[in-house]
Ligand binder design. Structure first.
Ligand code: ATP
Length: 502
């Protein structure tokens, strides 16, 4: 059952791994369970190691085989030359590119007048310049990324970014994606395990949290990775067009159907179909979808012939589909079919350790081919103090704008966070509880205070959605007394739920 699987995923937290790198080929250190290799750091060995991530053909990274354990004290030359302590097999790396200076857990890297340079925190080092680097910090040598990682099972896993290759992208975005929050690392481990089975996957999360990124990961790690990944946003069509888009139609099926057309189910044959915003599916389409899933056959609108289907279905929504299936807004039998495994993706504000690594990655992406502007400490503080109602997408947009406005260094004002509407999350605007804006008298003497209030309001709205309007349950989820919740509903002008109440 769905809930069992979710609970099971939570227990993965005890796995003795430090980090994972997708799509890697390390013959010494490979979990061979699925078609995509996952490299696990040995859990019991103390010390640090160096990961070398080579650019792969698909625009992502592949880990160079062979682990490089780091000495307690020493100097290691990194370069293309075979005589280097860390030989790196990539043409963008100079024969002697850099030297890594290791001293009891402190690390510095020096440029050896390399042709393509060393980039640390988005800045290209001067020739022969030396800078300090920390474990988990990505350092670029030409097109290659190197990372220092702790090898102890006792080590903290936070702040250890994982750079993964982009899933075979339908969105056309070509950068690696960042995963370093422990919950997200567990989530990706679950994704990998689930992906090798043909089970339907339901992704839950606010807008912009990365549901599509995860859907693409499911596809990429599955045996269907060579097949198509087809994505449809169910919210973008009117009911008739949606059915035709999903199931296809025969010529003359309705006015305007001048020729037969295959639907996305057929287009996804042999691959994965990602139905985004599944909560928006009209009831009539829900009935048809249920039949398709049960029969594993498809019949076009207006057609008589049925075709066999071989697809994996991934669906996503920002709504509480379980609650909606309980109160009749969404078909319960369809909900159970879709939620073979349910994967909730936490909002960005609940994984703050990813904010700065994501921002740096976006800065590098949007600045390319120029070096990324430095993300100043004050800009990092501003990023960390903002609630990100639009999640990773909003962060990406803010950094893209900041890169355009900045001149070598991103400052808080380049991010323009105070101008972003703090409660603009579509999940709140489409919510039954959050439709009313905070009262204009809502105190907001400083941007930070306003942001905190907006974050609190958003959390209350989310909790009410999750608890289907049950205020006691929502208060429990929020960890506050029910009376306090009722006070806050009044203060933030959130309508008190009538149905599902307690
Ligand atoms: N971990 C990540 N690393 C890098 N980029 C990410 C990550 N997560 C999300 N993104 C980027 O953030 C943006 C939003 O992600 P995505 O479209 O997957 O969100 P979503 O939850 O599907 O949004 P919506 O609900 O609006 O469809 C995309 O540009 C995506 O590439």
């Amino acid at each position: 059952m769905t809930s069992d699987v979710v609970a099971q995923s939570a227990s993965y937290g005890t796995l003795p791994w430090e980090t994972m790198v997708h799509g890697t080929k390390d013959p010494n250190n490979v979990d061979r369970e699925g078609p995509t290799d996952i490299v696990r750091a040995p859990a019991s060995v103390e010390g640090f190691r160096l990961l070398v991530l080579l650019p792969s053909g698909d625009g992502g990274n592949t880990m160079q085989p062979g682990e490089v354990p780091l000495p307690e004290v020493g100097e290691l030359v990194l370069g293309r030359g075979e005589d280097c302590a860390v030989p790196i097999g990539d043409a963008s790396v100079s024969r002697q590119h850099a030297v890594l200076l290791v001293s009891n857990g402190n690390f510095r890297i020096r440029d050896l007048e390399s042709r393509n340079g060393i980039f640390v925190r988005g800045r290209r080092l001067e020739a022969s310049e030396t800078v300090e680097i920390g474990p988990g910090e990505a350092v670029d040598l030409g097109r290659v990324t190197v990372l220092i990682q702790r090898r102890s099972s006792e080590s903290p896993r936070r702040n250890v970014p994982t750079i993964a290759p982009p899933p075979a992208s339908s969105s056309g975005e070509d950068a690696a994606f960042v995963v370093c929050d422990p919950a997200m690392l567990r989530l990706h481990d679950l994704v990998r395990r689930v992906a090798v089975r043909d089970i339907n996957v339901l992704l839950l999360g606010e807008t912009g949290v990365g549901k599509e990124v995860v859907a693409e990961a499911v596809h990429r790690y599955s045996r269907r990775a060579d097949g198509p990944l087809v994505r449809v946003n169910c919210a973008q069509y009117n009911p008739q067009l949606l059915e035709s888009e999903l199931f296809g139609h025969e010529q003359g099926a309705f006015t305007g159907a001048t020729r037969a057309k295959a639907g996305v189910f057929e287009a996804a044959q042999g691959g994965t179909l990602f139905l985004d915003e599944i909560g928006e599916l009209p009831i009539s389409a829900q009935v048809k979808l249920l039949r398709v899933i049960e029969e594993r056959r498809i019949r076009r609108v207006g057609g008589t012939e049925s075709r066999e289907l071989d697809i994996r279905l991934v669906t996503a929504t920002h709504r509480d589909l379980k609650a909606e299936s309980q109160n009749g807004q969404f078909r319960r039998d369809l909900y159970f079919r879709l939620s073979g495994v349910t994967i909730p993706i936490p909002p960005l504000r609940e994984r703050p350790s990813e904010i700065v690594p994501l921002a740096k990655m976006f800065a590098a992406r949007f600045a390319a081919p120029e070096p990324a502007p430095e993300l100043t400490d004050s800009a990092q503080q501003a990023l960390l103090g903002y609630p990100w109602p639009g999640n990773v997408r909003e962060l990406r947009n803010a950094v893209e704008q900041a890169v355009a406005l900045s001149d070598g260094a991103i400052l808080p004002e380049h991010l323009r966070l105070e101008q972003a509407p703090p409660s603009s999350s579509p999940s709140s605007s489409s919510s039954s509880w959050g439709g009313v804006s905070p009262p204009s008298s809502s105190p907001s003497s400083t941007p930070l205070r306003g942001q905190m209030q907006s974050l609190e309001r958003q959390r209350i709205v989310d909790a009410l959605e999750r608890s289907n309007g049950n205020q006691s349950r929502a208060a429990e989820l929020l960890g506050m007394p029910r009376r306090t919740l009722v006070d806050k509903l009044r203060r933030y002008n959130i309508p008190r739920p009538r149905s599902g109440g307690d």
